[in-house]
Design a protein around this ligand. Structure first.
Ligand SMILES: Nc1ncnc2c1ncn2[C@@H]1O[C@H](COP(=O)(O)OP(=O)(O)O)[C@@H](O)[C@H]1O
Ligand SMILES: [Mg+2]
Length: 429
């Protein structure tokens, strides 16, 4: 039996009660979203999947992701990912379930991923719609930094960072989709199941490059592109092709003759010029030498008053906060907090933990990291290291800092007593 085509999946989802019957009862009772004019199912696709919005009762809406080719070990990979993220799911990830018996076509079961539907736009569409608002693009740039920090802190990599896998919600929060190729520490030494989008990857990348650093190059490409566009929106008309943000694989292959690199290195903003020069150098160096975004930004010149003013002058609205956009004196809270998880005996998060209540054991730093000052638990009086969120006494596990704080910039609720918002990267104190 040949693997179903997108047309097969599209035909099937028109009858959820049939195609999801005996699989997922919630989906079986749902309704697939229809194109308002044509009345046919809305379908979104990239390289490997057809994605359908399905509305279910109680206002719940899911993305039903059908695979357009057979992939080995997918069930196992999604299972490991789910385990790994249990309790420490970064905000950039949405909830997902892999169903081996997902959708039935001509009497055969095919797998699906059922995910929370992200209401928003793909990164490139969002950028295009906001080119005249540099403050908004700068804000997304800051959020991008925050999202990356949280992945890096967990020791994982998305493995295909690109405009089609980054969604900007209506509240401007960033969400990543497409978790097929994610790198987890347990996959170290295995070949990468995919190579990522060609216009975002290092020119020398091969399937052997599969580790927690593999997002470094595309993360920098996206950060640089957003920052550059906030200072020079005209770059979009010149270099966006519907398949990229600004740069393409041709630019990485021959930066010296790239008009785009030339334009980036002539950007009015010093940080953009610095990052463009750095990225250009990376293209001719081994991929292993590409540092993570935080390290690169630590060496970049800070945003100057002039660049904030030019961003403001180019569009309406206040300047974006300078701190999250460029160099920060220390990594975002999300990074250091989540790094604690790796400092313990096992890099795997404790299975019993939940997103808002990581188990004390899983967040406890190694003794060497425990230093004064301490935070005395309001319930049991145990002196806890200030880095902890929950009391280290397993029987107590109270919140050490009662009353969640909220990020002044994005409004995210932050139970972590640190300096940076793990959602958008803004400075909290
Ligand atoms: N959870 C989701 N919510 C909303 N849209 C989504 C979701 N997942 C995927 N999409 C849309 O479907 C497109 C293709 O999905 P993706 O999972 O990236 O498939 P592929 O593996 O083919 O790239 C995305 O670019 C996005 O527009
Ligand atoms: Mg994709």
């Amino acid at each position: 039996m040949p693997w179903p085509s997108i047309a097969d999946f599209t035909a099937a989802v028109q009858n959820p009660v049939v195609c999801f019957k005996d699989g997922d009862p919630e989906l079986a009772a749902g309704q697939v979203g229809l194109h308002p004019a044509r009345g046919t199912p809305l379908v979104y696709s990239g390289n490997f999947a057809a994605v359908y919005p399905v509305e279910c009762g109680g206002g719940r809406k899911y993305a039903v992701r059908c695979f357009t080719r057979e992939v080995k070990d997918q069930q196992e990979r999604y299972g490991h990912l789910d385990d790994y993220l249990s309790g420490v799911r970064p905000d950039a990830f949405v909830r997902f379930q892999y169903h081996e018996q997902g959708i039935q076509i001509r009497g055969e079961w095919y797998p699906i991923v059922k995910m929370t539907w992200v209401e928003g736009r793909r990164l490139d569409r969002f950028v295009e719609d906001n080119l005249s608002r540099p403050d908004v693009i700068l804000d997304i740039c800051a959020r991008w930094r925050g999202a990356n920090g949280s992945l890096r802190g967990l020791g994982i990599a998305h493995n295909d960072l690109q405009h089609g896998n980054v969604m900007v919600q209506h509240d401007d929060a960033l969400r990543l989709v497409d978790y097929d190729g994610i790198f987890l520490p347990r996959f170290q030494g295995e070949p990468s199941p995919e190579l990522g989008h060609q216009h975002y990857q290092h020119p020398l990348r091969t399937a052997d490059d599969y580790n927690d650093q593999v997002d470094n190059f595309p993360a920098l490409v996206i950060y640089l592109s957003l920052l550059a566009l906030s200072h020079d929106p005209g770059l979009w008309q010149r270099f966006y092709t519907q398949e990229n943000l600004l740069l393409t694989k041709k630019d990485y292959a021959d930066p010296a003759n790239s008009q785009c690199f030339h334009a980036l290195k002539s950007n009015p903003d010093a940080t953009v010029r610095h990052l463009a020069g750095f990225l250009e150098e990376c293209c001719s160096r081994p991929l292993e030498e590409v540092q993570d975004l935080e390290s690169v930004l630590a060496d970049a010149p800070s945003v100057t008053a002039a660049s904030s003013v030019s961003a403001q002058a180019a569009g309406a609205g206040p300047p974006a906060p300078a701190a999250p956009v460029v160099s920060a004196p220390q990594p975002p809270t999300g990074l250091s907090y989540r790094s604690l998880l790796q400092g313990g005996q096992s890099p795997q998060p404790a299975p019993a933990a939940t997103a808002t209540n990581p188990t004390p054991a899983s967040v406890a730093p190694p003794q060497s990291a425990v230093a004064s000052p301490v935070m005395t638990c309001p319930q049991c009086n145990l002196a806890n290291p200030v880095e902890l969120v929950y009391c280290d006494d397993e029987g107590c596990a109270s919140v050490l800092y009662p009353g969640n704080r909220f990020c002044a910039y994005c409004g995210e609720s932050i139970p972590v007593n640190g300096n940076y918002c793990p959602e958008c990267g803004s400075r909290l104190v």
